[in-house]
Design a protein around this ligand. Structure first.
Ligand SMILES: *[C@@H]1O[C@H](CO)[C@@H](O)[C@H](O)[C@H]1NC(C)=O
Ligand SMILES: *[C@@H]1O[C@H](CO)[C@@H](O)[C@H](O)[C@H]1NC(C)=O
Length: 346
């Protein structure tokens, strides 16, 4: 299984304030729980229903989808996990819908649906899409268009997606949590996210994808997981969100060989996880400004040469203190255990 082989290569460790124990490999359910927590946090923005009570369609008109009304939050959810085909899903949305605005759309463990077609939702809007453990392969351009102005969370977890309309993401003006994980995507265009001002949590791990372009202008970003993809050379300005709340940047298991100077936001307290990559050095030009700004670096599982190239970490400014224990030289010795005097002649 693809999923399991990806997990085996995790050397980096996912952690968000204790939600996952450090020094353990993240499992798919760990990653899913993180998404779940982030989507729930987004619930704090309560929808405004203008006092109307939404009304579910007649059950037989939308079978095998099931509409449920939650009177506590005055919201309707739609569960289409049992849908038999794309044609059937399309037909269901041609039924009479007394209320057009739903809270959540669910499809889970569905083996039948391969494509979400353009216009399938026929004007019905959702705040959240929870689509996981399916054989879904293609999400067409404009499949989700009726939710441009309502969607706050889109979760696409452990499907078989090879095609997603990233170019359309900028239309989702309220999107605060986006996740596409464990799908065989070949390319993820970073620029597609630029300017999503509501985006707080971005989960793109474990797709084994080339991540091309740069992430810019995401002023509310807090968490970004790009782990287990393929980004051998991190370019300048790779992550310049401009967010002062940025707390975690996961880049574990990405075959990273080099990091250009100025690649990341310099944010006090930001934790960048570079675990399990192919870095042979921690380049001063790339990392000094970041550590001086108060950033934290995880670099375990990299073949660090530990020559004069890292002497700068052992200077009077003690920047090594901001490199987490776990980073080792190729002989397995922890950076923290090196005798600083070995750098005296550098
Ligand atoms: C959605 O429907 C499926 C079967 O159609 C059911 O197994 C599942 O529990 C439902 N999920 C929720 C959240 O109601
Ligand atoms: C995933 O999609 C590919 C085609 O892109 C297909 O060959 C494969 O069988 C699918 N896997 C599953 C589990 O459906």
């Amino acid at each position: 299984m693809k999923t399991h082989s990806i997990i085996l290569v995790f050397i980096g460790v996912v952690c968000v304030s204790g939600q996952i124990n450090r020094h353990e490999y993240p499992t798919p359910s760990d990653i899913y729980n993180l998404i779940e927590i982030h989507v729930k946090q987004d619930d704090r923005q309560q929808p405004d229903y203008y006092g109307y009570e939404p009304v579910c369609p007649d059950a037989e008109d939308i079978f095998p989808c099931v509409c449920t009304y939650d009177s506590l939050s005055n919201a309707m959810d739609l569960n289409c996990s049992a849908v038999e085909s794309q044609e059937q899903l399309k037909q269901i949305f041609e039924a009479d819908f007394p209320s057009m605005n739903f809270r959540e759309f669910d499809i889970k463990h569905n083996k039948n649906l391969k494509v979400l077609e353009a216009g399938v939702f026929n004007g019905i809007s959702f705040e959240k899409f929870d689509i996981r453990y399916n054989n879904l392969e293609i999400i067409e351009v404009q499949a989700l268009d009726s939710s441009y102005e309502t969607a706050t969370g889109i979760t696409l977890y452990e499907n078989n997606i090879t095609s997603f309309p990233f170019e359309e993401l900028s239309q989702f003006s309220k999107l605060s949590s986006f996740a596409i994980n464990f799908s065989p995507l070949s390319v993820i265009p970073a620029d597609a996210f630029n300017g999503l001002t509501a985006l707080v949590n971005l989960h793109l791990c474990c797709n084994d994808a080339d991540i091309v372009g740069t992430f810019q202008d995401l002023p509310n970003l807090r968490y970004i997981d790009l782990g287990a993809n393929d980004i051998p050379a991190i370019p300048a300005n790779f992550i310049k969100s401009g967010s002062s709340d940025l707390s975690y940047l996961e880049l574990y298991s990405n075959n990273i060989v080099s990091v250009e100077p100025g690649a990341f936001d310099n944010v006090d307290g930001l934790d960048i996880n570079m675990g399990g990559n192919s870095l042979s050095t921690l380049d001063e030009a790339a990392w000094r400004p970041y550590l001086e700004a108060g950033g934290i670096l995880e670099a375990g599982g990299n073949p660090l040469v530990c020559g004069c190239d890292i002497a700068w970490l052992f200077g009077e400014d003690q920047l090594l203190e901001q490199v987490k224990r776990g980073a080792t030289c190729t002989d397995g010795e922890l950076l923290q255990d090196l005798d600083p005097s070995i750098f005296d002649n550098c």
